[in-house]
Design a protein. Sequence first.
Length: 89
Amino acid sequence: MPWFSGFVLFASLWFLALFLVLPIGFRSQEETGAVVPGTPRSAPHRSRLGRKMLLATVIAAVVWLLVYWVVVGEIITRDDVRQWDQLIR
């Protein structure tokens, strides 16, 4: 796998993981009763964005390593994918 393809794959997986992790532990300011003036009541009380970004990085790294192992180890090859395509048609 070329380095640029690996980087693009990791970046895509990272953003996907981040969007999956963002709602975890979400509590709005309205739920906690501590609404900061000038912000919407639905704004997060504590976003803990650093922890969520770190968790997204770990998840993306694990998934990337799995995909890298499958691609470089030729566990699933292009010929396999072509055969699957012929089975569908």
